[in-house]
Design a binder for this molecule. Structure first.
Ligand code: ATP
Ligand code: MG
Length: 347
């Protein structure tokens, strides 16, 4: 398979030729629709409007293909507490662009840091076992994408990366390339959307926000702008300015408060119902069960706790009902004592 550079070069040339031969051509080489990506994001991510608006601008800019040539297509850092939609946003973008939630290359910086094994990113240095093969954690096809689709890389928990790894990344952000220590291979990131996520500063910002919510400044209508400066201070503790300077935009994801629970429940239920269509079945929830599933939600753990209740309590009951009433099309789930029960829907 020709290396992506050559492919891109060849395609660029043929575009130039087409343009010369037949006048105006399509505005973009990219075949994804920012609107379609955004509608998927807006349907599935709640409470993060600012971050989503920023994603829209990013997608339009990438589609127009007017970025600098020797850099990744986009570099964005998502900050925020656990379970608020940072990784999910990237997965949904991958799904909308590549038709697959796993259409991205995810690198877990935490694992890299624990293993003290920065070489896993770029293959072993010359002379070490494995250096010839140039093994790397990067899945080339997912990183480099194709002529009509951008590749997607997600660096999770970026604050855990060792200095060495950050230095490697700095180069990638600067030049759009990662050259292996063996010198005979490189990975091209110039057709890549790079996302990074981090919890850095989330706890500090949270503690401040809570004090603010309880304090007199709120009653006087003074803003809590200190949260932003706290975030920036925390960021500077974890990352060098050189690194932060090379990021296009930093977005803060909000803590999900109780008022989002119903919406989260509906998203999860829509997902389950989508899977149930294969069985020609549909599920609705009683009001009592909705309340029960949303009860005891602890915002500190994000959406995951409610999703766990959904999966561990509701889904097994649904599975049992499906097996017990194979002919039934509509089910309603309710809560009796503490057990979730699912029965045939009686109109
Ligand atoms: N804002 C949200 N809107 C809709 N669903 C959400 C949202 N936040 C979280 N979820 C749901 O919760 C799950 C966990 O969220 P996600 O993996 O995005 O967390 P995260 O912000 O990356 O947290 P961490 O820092 O722990 O990795 C997702 O699979 C998704 O289903
Ligand atoms: Mg995550």
């Amino acid at each position: 398979m020709p290396f992506i550079n050559e492919r891109l070069e060849a395609n660029r040339e043929s575009i130039e030729q087409n343009r010369a031969a037949s006048g105006p051509v399509r505005a973009s080489r990219f075949r994804f629709e920012p609107d379609a990506v955004m509608s998927r994001l807006r349907k599935n991510i709640v409470g993060q409007d600012d971050a989503l608006t920023a994603m829209e601008s990013m997608l339009v800019r990438v589609k127009a293909d007017i970025g600098e040539e020797n850099r990744p297509l986009a570099v964005h850092l998502f900050l925020g507490p656990t379970g608020v939609g940072k990784t999910e946003t990237v997965r949904l973008i991958a799904e909308a662009i590549h038709g697959n939630r796993d259409g991205l290359c995810r690198i877990d910086m935490n694992t890299l840091a624990q293993e003290h094994y920065a070489a896993a990113l770029t293959g072993a240095p010359p002379g070490y076992v494995g250096s010839k093969e140039g093994h790397s954690l990067f899945d080339l096809d997912k990183v480099q994408g194709s002529f009509s689709k951008p590749g997607i890389v997600l660096f999770d928990e970026i604050e855990k990366a060792s200095k060495e790894v950050v230095r490697t990344l700095l180069n990638v952000l600067d030049t759009g390339r990662l050259v292996f220590p063996s010198g005979n291979r490189e990975i091209d990131f110039r057709n890549t959307l790079i996302f990074m996520t981090s919890n850095a500063g989330a706890l500090e910002a949270e503690a401040h926000e809570q004090r603010y919510q309880r304090g007199w400044r709120r009653w006087l209508g003074l803003s809590s702008s200190k949260t932003d400066s706290l975030r920036d201070t925390a960021l500077r503790q974890y990352f060098d300015p050189e690194f932060l300077n090379r990021i296009d935009q930093i977005h803060t994801f909000n803590r999900l408060t109780d008022n989002w629970l119903e919406a989260l429940l509906d998203i999860e239920l829509a997902g389950l119902n989508h899977r149930l269509t294969k069985k020609h079945a549909a599920l609705s929830l009683s009001t009592e069960l909705r309340t029960e599933l949303c009860r005891g939600y602890d915002a500190r753990y994000g959406a995951r706790e409610m999703l766990r209740a959904f999966r561990q309590r509701l889904e097994p009951a649904v599975a049992r009902a499906l097996l017990a009433y194979p002919e039934c099309r509509r089910f309603e789930a309710d809560v009796k004592d503490i057990a979730v029960t699912v029965r045939q829907y009686v109109e």
